[in-house]
Design a protein around this ligand. Sequence first.
Ligand SMILES: [Fe+2]
Length: 363
Amino acid sequence: MKDFNYLMPTKIFFGKDCIEKNADVFANFGKKAIILTGKNSAKKNGSQNDVVLALEKNNIQYCVFDDIEENPSVYTVAKAAEMAISQKADFVIGIGGGSPMDSAKAVAFLAANNKGIDFLFEKGDAKHLPVIEIPTTAGTGSEVTQYAVLTVPEKKTKAGIAKRTFADIAFIDVKYFEKLPIKVTRNTAVDALTHLIEAYLCTESSFMSDILAEKGMDLFKECKNALLSGDINTEIREKLVLASTLAGMAIAQSQTSLPHSMGYYLTYFKNLPHGAANAQFMKAYMDFVTERDKVDKILCILDFKATTDLDLFFRKLVDRANYTDEEMNYYTDEIMKIPTKLATVSRDITREDIYTLFKLSKN
Ligand SMILES: [Fe+2]
């Protein structure tokens, strides 16, 4: 067996009303919080109100930055960090999907060090404010990963920041997911499935990440029909949330691979939702990797006969994007500049290989 390290220090509170039931936890992190969230969903699904009540119960002051957009830009994060610094926030609370949760980790670093956004992309550990994450979509798994992905307009793509930290606490309450539109439910569920598959096939996969990925795929299989029909009951939501959390824990040990790197371009240039963008490349990627036993195991757990069937499933659930030859060449050149991502695949990769993966994945 391969050597491995295992670290997942986030304390998870899972269950209905878990914030209200564990409100005293917030008192451990200071006297002033900054809440990062998007414009609407955290207000509509009740999560923001539950957090505010918990803070008030503990006499913790708070400020709210609710301008986190989808695929947040580094400049948005810098603005939020300015607020955290000027308000002297002791800790950061991210509420929402991957965008606010990833932003919370980035703000935690910027505020603690009073630095500009370049600091986020400099390697090396650094102090940071404590982070509490409350997911309200089931896909990103950011509440249990050390990663934060931000849009970098200068690079015309999304990029993971070099500064990494896990959240101290994650509150996962399925009631916040109940009213998610079916389109968001599907796109985020597909993101979670791509995490499970990429974590499983990645060169950095380990005994531990494989266990997490296999159980996550097992749960996901039980949600396939509901995702197709759109009839998502509470039990299915719970399974999707847990599959997403297990997927996050799996990529925290391993990491994502080529479909995520390739998908970032379709999200940036074509506005294709993140999960859908990864899914577009999954068949070509699974056919390309050398871990054939593991590909077979994935198909077996998910109950698909072949990668073609998985691809068909994705096509029924989420949109795809088209791109030109010129765009393919540009995307390929950019990906070839990221050796760490190429190293997630256990075979030598040429420029021609990446180009072919793009070509095979066109509509
Ligand atoms: Fe993802």
